[in-house]
Design a protein around this ligand. Structure first.
Ligand SMILES: [Zn+2]
Ligand SMILES: [Zn+2]
Ligand SMILES: [Zn+2]
Length: 242
């Protein structure tokens, strides 16, 4: 079993899932690892000033890096071939997975400052969420508590065709519950599953109901990615295609 409050689907469906082997961070072997590749950070704590800082996994080379707080050299160990983190190391904050969200990219660095990277000209976020002032390029971020954003980067990323887009509700990240087929919409709304589909999946049009697979199968041409809010129970989703 894994313990991810924001990932309600099977961990085996997560992006970069590797079943068994050695964790590049703690050296322990076990099942359920997640690849440390592009878009992932390894988190270090400076031995001198105790500040935490992120080193991108794909730049985790050499023997030391400079602490951004006190400039002391902090030792780093190469991650080896096929670097991966075990679940406990991810949960303990030794690694962070960058997320793309409806409010822009969230990296570890943004998470500790309680802000998303945002998007150009973003006008509004959900209730309870404030926007940053536009930066020089007109990008507007969304201020979200650090606890929420750190939890999000300590969560696996789901597999999509066109990129993940984590959704929010009640001023918090929603729980990803997996891809839905027609069967899940039918069981949620037996009398009118198509209306349920149009309500849940943002931007969906009536003809797309016929593109929803009857049952979940690997590599469907269309993906319908569904989230639920643990506060109000709302269900929302987005879709993409090959
Ligand atoms: Zn580990
Ligand atoms: Zn330091
Ligand atoms: Zn909600």
């Amino acid at each position: 079993m894994h313990e991810f409050p924001l990932f309600g689907a099977s961990i085996a469906t997560a992006s970069g899932y590797i079943p068994a082997g050695t964790c590049s961070l703690c050296g322990r072997s076990g099942s359920d690892r997640l690849r440390l590749g592009t878009g992932t950070d390894v988190i270090h704590t400076c031995g001198g000033c105790k500040r935490e800082f992120a080193v991108p996994a794909n730049k985790h080379e050499g023997v030391s890096v400079k602490c951004p707080g006190c400039a002391a050299a902090a030792p780093i160990r190469p991650l080896g071939d096929r670097p991966a983190t075990c679940v406990p190391c991810l949960r303990n904050g030794r690694a962070a997975f960058t997320k793309d969200t409806e409010y822009g990219m969230v990296r570890w660095e943004g998470a500790i400052h309680g802000v998303t990277h945002g998007a150009p000209g973003l006008r509004a976020a959900g209730p309870g969420l404030a926007l940053t002032d536009p930066n020089g390029e007109g990008w507007v971020g969304v201020m979200i508590p650090t606890t929420v954003l750190l939890e999000l980067v300590r969560t696996p990323t789901y597999v999509t065709w066109q990129g993940d887009q984590w959704l929010f509700c009640c001023a918090a990240a929603m729980v990803y519950i997996g891809e839905w087929s027609q069967a899940e919409f039918i069981s949620r709304a037996p009398s009118d599953p198509q209306a349920c589909f149009l309500e849940v999946v943002e931007g969906a049009e009536p003809w797309m109901w016929g593109r929803v697979p009857k049952q979940i199968q690997p590599n469907s041409e269309w993906g319908f990615y569904i989230f639920t809010c643990y506060t109000c129970g709302r269900v929302r989703g987005h879709f993409d295609m090959t």
